[in-house]
Design a binder for this molecule. Sequence first.
Ligand SMILES: C[S@@+](CC[C@H](N)C(=O)[O-])C[C@H]1O[C@@H](n2cnc3c(N)ncnc32)[C@H](O)[C@@H]1O
Length: 267
Amino acid sequence: MSENLKELYQIQRVLKDSGYNDTSRISKEIQDYCNKKAISPTLVLERISTGEPWDYIRGESEFYGNRFYLNRKTLIPRPETEQMVDIAISFLEGNSNHKNIVDVGTGSGCIIISLAKLVGDKKGINFVGIDIDKDTLQVAKENSLLHKVNEKISFLRGNLLKDFELKDETLIIANLPYIPEEIYKKLDRSVVNFEPRRALLGGKDGLKYYKKLISQIKKARKKDISLLIEIEPSTLKNLRRILDNYEVHIIKDYRGLNRFILVNLDT
Ligand SMILES: C[S@@+](CC[C@H](N)C(=O)[O-])C[C@H]1O[C@@H](n2cnc3c(N)ncnc32)[C@H](O)[C@@H]1O
């Protein structure tokens, strides 16, 4: 067996022991990364064994078929979130009057950047990404440069929509921290020990940020405001109570879970 293959198998063993499923692809990525950086795979494997996610070690991830830079302040984009982009695209096709898209809790910028890439310039849409964390915003800006949509998107620091001047006919997209406390405590060590708490924990009931966001939107009293959010499926019942007077569309993720909510919050 060649040295190269032996090394690949060793990497795959460590990945498997650390709970990775897609060991063939990631082992190859690790090998290529170590060759490029001229470092020993042992250094990477030691970090993997502590639960550190591979995406943080390499400083990037994939979302909607594109590369996104990351650092430890930025949540690793999740595959299910890609569906938010598809839902937003079909929403815009049927609601051409919506000329503003605001991504609240933009993180790496993966949602708003993917949308800006996909929606043609002709539609004249304003794209905004908001986050409370300044380091995260820096990563989002770098990603917008990487994808050549930096001139299309404004990135702003803010506490949800506080101090943001919401306009009529806006689609607000938000994948805010939504994990209830009890569920958060039981998450894998690779999440709890390495990913930013601020990006995941949604208070006791997982709805702390969505409650606040909905109240800000209602207070702004604007016309034609639609809200698309990603939620923890178990929080749906409580969320519906808050949205009692509105027509709520529940969209399942690819695993069949109630993951996305689309609602028109007209006043
Ligand atoms: C679950 S992450 C989502 C990141 C990215 N949109 C994605 O889908 O991968 C939530 C993001 O919300 C941001 N955030 C947390 N509290 C916030 C607040 N009060 N106002 C604005 N952003 C906030 C976090 O910094 C984090 O980047």
